[in-house]
Design a protein. Structure first.
Length: 224
């Protein structure tokens, strides 16, 4: 009888709630994305994740570590999806660029998450006191730039872009369009509005794809 009571007692206690890392990261990501790094407090993170502060510290060391992990979660969930659009060797460069920007428009305006790009949104709210976070985000901007730069250079080597096209300047321009789309989405623009921006971009593609070819004094001087 005593043994039965002991067994019942053990079952009745239950097990401690398991810390679900991915669930906590998703909630932390949403908070950082919506409010920025500095405006998101540890109390906010504790309330959103349901984990106690010692648990978060044990898992991520500090708030900066949690932000870094949330950033990696964003890359895993959304960054790689957009990257996959560039990995289409059988599609022409113009079609790949359009698909990439359409996919970005869809990501930026998905109402199940905050609008715009996580990296751009969080960068814009940082003060000088968050140097390490700014450095992390700057590195991610560099990765995005270099990924697009590498893709365009590969297509130039394949002969899909003029050998005189200024690939670095073209990449800068495309990144500016991406940043503008993020700002528009952050301010409430819907998918149709961002798709209209992509429409305009693709109408300009024949000129953009030859950026740097024509001397400014004579726009017709460079023949293919």
């Amino acid at each position: 009888m005593a043994t039965d009571q002991l067994e019942y007692s053990r079952k009745g206690r239950g097990r401690p709630k398991t810390f679900e890392r991915d669930v906590a990261l998703d909630k932390a990501l949403d908070l950082f994305w919506r409010h920025g790094y500095e405006a998101t407090s540890l109390a906010d993170l504790v309330a959103a994740t349901g984990a106690k502060a010692p648990t978060l510290y044990a898992e991520f060391t500090n708030k900066e570590g949690l932000f870094r992990a949330a950033m990696e979660r964003y890359i895993e969930q959304f960054g790689r999806q957009r990257q996959a659009e560039l990995d289409c060797p059988n599609s022409m460069v113009e079609q790949v660029i359009e698909n990439y920007f359409r996919s970005t428009a869809a990501c930026f305006t998905d109402r199940s998450r905050p609008g715009g790009c996580f990296f751009i949104c969080t960068s814009s709210t940082l003060s000088a006191g968050s140097a390490e976070i700014a450095k992390m985000l700057h590195q991610r901007h560099d990765v995005q730039f270099n990924t697009l730069l590498k893709f365009l250079r590969q297509r130039q080597q394949r002969g899909e872009l003029d050998s005189n096209t200024d690939i670095s300047a073209l990449t800068d321009y495309l990144n500016c369009v991406l940043q503008g789309m993020s700002v528009q989405a952050r301010e409430g623009a819907d998918r149709a509005r961002l798709d209209a921006i992509v429409d305009a971009l693709m109408l300009q593609w024949p000129v953009l794809s030859r950026l740097g070819c024509e001397p400014r004094a004579n726009a017709n001087a460079c023949a293919r």
